[in-house]
Design a protein around this ligand. Sequence first.
Ligand SMILES: NC(=O)c1ccc[n+]([C@@H]2O[C@H](COP(=O)([O-])OP(=O)(O)OC[C@H]3O[C@@H](n4cnc5c(N)ncnc54)[C@H](OP(=O)(O)O)[C@@H]3O)[C@@H](O)[C@H]2O)c1
Length: 431
Amino acid sequence: MDKPLKLGLLGFGTVGTGVYRILQRNRAVISARAGVGFEIAKILVRDLNKPRAVEVDRSILTADPREVLDDPEIAIVVELIGGLEPAYQYIREALSKGKHVVTANKAVIATYGARLIRLAAENGADLYYEGAVGGGIPIIKPLRESLVGNRIEEVMGIVNGTTNYILTKMTREKADFAAVLAEAQALGYAEADPSADVEGFDAAHKLVILASLAFQKPISVSQVYREGVSKITQEDIAFAEHFGYTIKLLAIGKRHPQGIEVRVHPTFIPSRHPLASVHGVFNAIYVRGDAVGELMFYGRGAGDLPTGSAVVADIVDVLRNCRQGTHHRVETLWEDVPVLSIDDVRTRYYIRLHAVDKPGVLAQVAANFGAEGVSIESMVQQGRGEGQPVPIVFITHDVEERRLRASLARIATLPVVKDIANVIRVEGGGR
Ligand SMILES: NC(=O)c1ccc[n+]([C@@H]2O[C@H](COP(=O)([O-])OP(=O)(O)OC[C@H]3O[C@@H](n4cnc5c(N)ncnc54)[C@H](OP(=O)(O)O)[C@@H]3O)[C@@H](O)[C@H]2O)c1
């Protein structure tokens, strides 16, 4: 076997220690499969004195990034620090020096992915990032390699475990959002500042990575339409069930002849859709290709060993490439397709409003939908209000978002309408 290749790890937290564990535990089989040995030469940390979750030779720990980045013997840099800086600078420097990079950093890849892919190509280096989306689920490699013969039409995922846990609990236990969030925080499933998860920012980063690969178009986070889950109530969950749907925070990318749509928001999906049965902290990504049809990738979207599994697979890919003397084996091509505004998206909608319960109210609301070309598929009015506002729920047929909004602007001004409590987009047919 050839001389072992040297790895430098940047970061030794949850994922870093997971990667270390897998590389130690399965060292022989990993080397045999890669066809080349490897050695973890250095591990960059912030605090050298911190207790570590694994037994490690303390002499390979360093707090100086130069010991990794300036070491010509280190061929592969594994970035597991997280956040944009200094991770981005380190990745850039490593690639510029012709070092291969494996990362699980969704923020860096979502923000600078296209630039880094170019930089890697210019320097004959590899850049792999399977761990950045869906934790242990293989999805980047399928999109880059296994499905290369397809035109991907749709990629749709539950890519944030925290919000899926919250929505699952709200659905099963009829608990309110605030109570479930507090419990998730106590259990360590949600951060003290939960906005990155709850408001959909994390899912938007992951969608950027998925959609850029699926549609071969560099997409920026600012082009993703985003809404979080904090407005979902028990009423919405009950109405969803009534109509045969489940509410999930979905990251949705679709290709249309006129462009691509990228959006993250709570969604009614038919309860028989494969994504509806993804519960708790699990993640899943549904892909539709013109040749392969429908695919679903399911598994643990986070955690030390699951994410470590994805990172180690990337490391093995790089080791194999090194052994073969081939790099930048997978071409990333970019197409010039526009990203559609949310106003142009056509979908169905659930609308829950409160209106005074008296004759003629429904006709007034329906007339205002009709005036903007919004047609109604289903409607439910609950209870008798005796002059008081009662909930009325509509599910529309497919309509452009701008028309839906125009109709709701009209409806909101009707004296009989107290409020428009929630509007949620609907995917697929019900039941
Ligand atoms: N956790 C997951 O389940 C998961 C899943 C998928 C993807 N990811 C991604 O994996 C990456 C790592 O996440 P993680 O959860 O493992 O993070 P983490 O537990 O916070 O670990 C971060 C590590 O980086 C080190 N570090 C932080 N800032 C540094 C700096 N300026 N200089 C040197 N070292 C620094 C820390 O050192 P000290 O140990 O000394 O503090 C720590 O070892 C992130 O990009 C994350 O998005 C994580």
